[in-house]
Design a binder for this molecule. Structure first.
Ligand code: COA
Length: 692
């Protein structure tokens, strides 16, 4: 039977109707690499669903025509366009209406999923009666909305609870994690995980003979009982509070509230979900987190792939950084050799790599395939095969130069040479090379497997092409490339150091360590500066501080030096500023009647902001957006504040400047506004003159 669907002139959806009267809706969002649920995509879907309500087929399949995945969620680009809560609510209620149309179709419906199925895409799948996903490592399903400062908003909260039961569903939505097809099946998010070759048949046979849906286990339904909900909610709030403060990240709390108050009444919970998400969406946290998502996309965009994709990476230096870089590159699919002078060092590299792969890959077959790609290479045979050579030996100009002289003649003519130096100007190293334009800095952060940023350091001689190659390489190993100029500390360490030093100065003044850390965490930093210094290693902090103090107006606090001289290096030695027990710092609370000074946060944070302005003035980084991205992804700077420069603009540059002047009067020159402030003050002054 023809439902008349085929004549529909859609831009984003392709429609197919087969001989069994199954309708197949293929989403292929026009002018886009990725399927998202933009307003235009939803408008067409609404039209199609209205039509299907009038002319029901025997079954409906929704799938994606794009290779990379099903649907990556609602279109985040449209999240910033709302001028009021009311406008946001209208858009969300429209989504509700459309998914409701899908849910109430009289025929069986299947979401056929491959690649990523996230956010609104997952919510759409949940509105179908059945969900079938490809059993493949590339399939990722989840509801990552909390990471954008919201929660599912197209009926997803209700439908996830129905599919997976309250504990699992809340856990999925509160963490924002994504899952493999098998894990999603176990949790009840999908019905079947099948290999690619069976996908189409699985959809057809499901539609031909729709299987009965199993109801949730009785004890899971029981957890929704109104007498139990307050207790479970209380426990969940306590768990969430350990990770994110309500004042900074309201979304997880709003989600728990929603469930606690409305889980009894489906219709009301749906209505309240829309209101709650509209409130969150126009709030500052969500808008700043959306900005962070966009900054991340900007950095990814800087790593556009090159024509000749490298295959082989050779790393020289098997210390913690070099070893971890090599292990990471192998995990990301590269053939890698790791060279060092000592057997034992290479043994340690492989041991650490094995631990990483075990944690990430779990399946023995995958782990051994990855290990096969990581070759310990005492004599350095891999050098001649490598497309990219990464030097990660200790920080000594002359030793590095000697190494470069030695290896350059043995490298492929077109191979890229990268150094992981964190302190030596590239120009000094490039002097040793015949082709100085081939040298680019790749400044990884520790721990390599966790830190998403790599500073791509451009020396005076580095060619544009090689900087681009290095950026593309960073992207290809799932890292965000941030181009910076070769100058002391580059961006991240240069900005971090005044903040860490100020924390040590505060400690020297007698402020309890825990108070200093708590103030930073309250601002939104992931970890306080004292704990951070202990975690990074005080010897490393001292080294960076010493190098920076040669070029910048910073003085290294005596206390830092003393601790290092005593061998109290932080977490790794079990004692730094804090004593460590089982890898955790022992933090002594201050006396009950202790009243901390009121300007601790200002002292810590404004030293960072001041330094970012100096970096922009000195051209270390190209613009304020990239500076914000670098500081967020390199230091974890309070993401919900949108980055240090965004924070400055939010608060008002003039106001921050005045505070800095006050701090300068109170504490001295280190708070003197750096060069470059004028560019931030002038627009505000001009605006005030215009207004007044
Ligand atoms: N809204 C708008 N655009 C999106 C998007 C979304 N939800 N998800 C991905 N995109 C875009 C990216 O901006 C990028 O655009 P470009 O082609 O103009 O550069 C493109 O899709 C590819 O994404 P990219 O991030 O470069 O690919 P990836 O393979 O590294 O990662 C995802 C893919 C889907 C995992 C990642 O983009 C992601 O996490 N997206 C957000 C998912 C999300 O939070 N959804 C919930 C929204 S309610």
């Amino acid at each position: 039977m023809d439902t008349g669907m085929m004549d529909k002139p859609y831009k984003h959806w392709q429609i197919e109707q087969d001989e069994e009267n199954f309708v197949w809706l293929h989403l292929d969002k026009a002018d886009s690499r990725t399927n998202t649920l933009s307003a235009a995509v939803l408008t067409e879907l609404e039209d199609a669903l209205n039509h299907l309500h009038q002319h029901p087929p025997r079954g409906l399949v929704i799938r994606s025509a794009k290779d990379n995945g099903f649907i990556a969620g609602a279109d985040i680009g449209e999240f910033t366009g709302f001028d009021s809560q009311h406008a946001a609510l209208e858009a969300i209620q429209r989504g509700h209406r459309i998914f409701n149309l899908l849910e109430t179709l009289r025929c069986p419906t299947v979401a056929l999923i491959h690649g990523y199925c996230l956010g609104g895409g997952m919510e759409m799948a949940l509105a179908c009666r059945y969900r079938i996903a490809e059993d493949d490592p590339d399939t990722r399903l989840g509801l990552p909305e909390v990471r954008l400062g919201i929660h599912p908003g197209f009926g997803g909260t209700v439908r996830t609870l129905e599919a997976a039961g309250p504990l699992t569903a809340l856990n999925i939505m509160l963490t924002g994690r994504s899952f493999s097809a098998r894990a999603a099946k176990k949790m009840g998010l999908i019905d079947y995980a099948v290999p690619k070759r069976h996908l189409l048949n699985a959809a057809r046979s499901t539609l031909r003979k729709p299987p009965k849906k199993k109801p949730l286990a009785w004890w899971l339904t029981l957890l929704n009982h109104k007498l139990l909900r307050p207790w479970i909610a209380k426990y969940m709030i306590k768990t969430v509070a350990k990770k994110a403060a309500r004042a900074h990240y309201p979304a997880p709390y709003a989600l728990i509230d929603l469930w606690q108050h409305y889980a009894d009444d489906r219709e009301q919970m749906l209505r309240e979900e829309a209101v709650s998400v509209a409130n969150l969406l126009v709030g500052r946290t969500a808008q700043n987190l959306i900005r962070v998502f966009k900054l991340q996309e900007t950095l990814k965009g800087l790593g556009q792939a090159q024509e000749n994709k490298p295959n082989y990476v050779h790393v020289i230096g098997g210390g913690v950084m070099g070893g971890d870089i090599a292990a990471w590159c192998a995990l990301q699919g590269y053939q890698v050799s790791i060279q060092d002078r000592e057997h034992e060092t290479l043994g340690r590299v492989i041991k650490r790599a094995f631990a990483l792969y075990k944690k990430r890959q779990k399946i023995p077959r995958l782990i051994s395939t990855t290990l096969d790609r990581l070759m310990p290479d005492l004599p350095g045979h891999g050098l001649a095969r490598a497309d990219i050579v990464i030097e990660a030996i200790f920080e000594d100009v002359e030793v590095k130069r000697q190494l470069f002289r030695d290896i350059e003649p043995r490298m492929k003519a077109e191979a890229l040479l990268c150094t992981n130096t964190s302190s030596i100007p590239l120009e000094e190293l490039a002097e040793a090379l015949d082709k100085p334009e081939r040298l680019v800095g790749l400044h990884f952060f520790n721990p390599v497997a966790k830190m998403p940023l790599i500073e791509i350091v451009r020396g005076k001689n580095s060619s544009d092409e090689n900087v681009q190659r290095a950026s593309a390489f960073a992207k290809s190993i799932s890292r965000l490339p941030l181009p910076v100029s070769s100058s002391p500390g580059f961006l991240v360490n240069r900005v971090l150091m005044p903040y860490l030093i100020e924390a040590v100065v505060l400690a020297e003044e007698g402020i309890p360590l825990k108070v200093i850390d708590d103030e930073a965490v309250e601002f939104g930093m992931p970890m306080g500066p004292i704990e951070l210094a202990d975690t990074v290693g005080l010897d490393i902090c001292l080294k960076v501080a010493d190098i920076l103090s040669q070029n910048m107006d910073i003085s290294v606090p005596e206390r830092l030096r003393t601790l290092v001289e005593r061998g109290q290096l932080g977490k790794k030695s079990g004692q730094g500023f804090y004593a460590f027990k089982k890898g955790k710092p022992v933090k002594t609370p201050p006396d009950k009647d202790y009243i901390p000074p009121t300007d601790i946060q200002e002292r810590l944070i404004l030293r960072m902001v001041n330094e970012v302005i100096a970096c922009l003035h000195d051209g270390v980084v190209e613009n304020a957006e990239l500076a914000d991205a670098g500081i967020i992804f390199g230091t974890g700077f309070a993401p919900f504040r949108g980055g240090p420069m965004h924070y400055l603009q939010d608060r008002g540059a003039r106001q921050v400047y005045k505070m800095l002047e006050q701090l300068q009067q109170r504490y001295g020159q280190r708070f003197a506004p750096s060069n470059g402030w004028q560019a931030w003050l002038e627009p505000e002054i001009a605006q005030e003159e215009n207004d007044g």
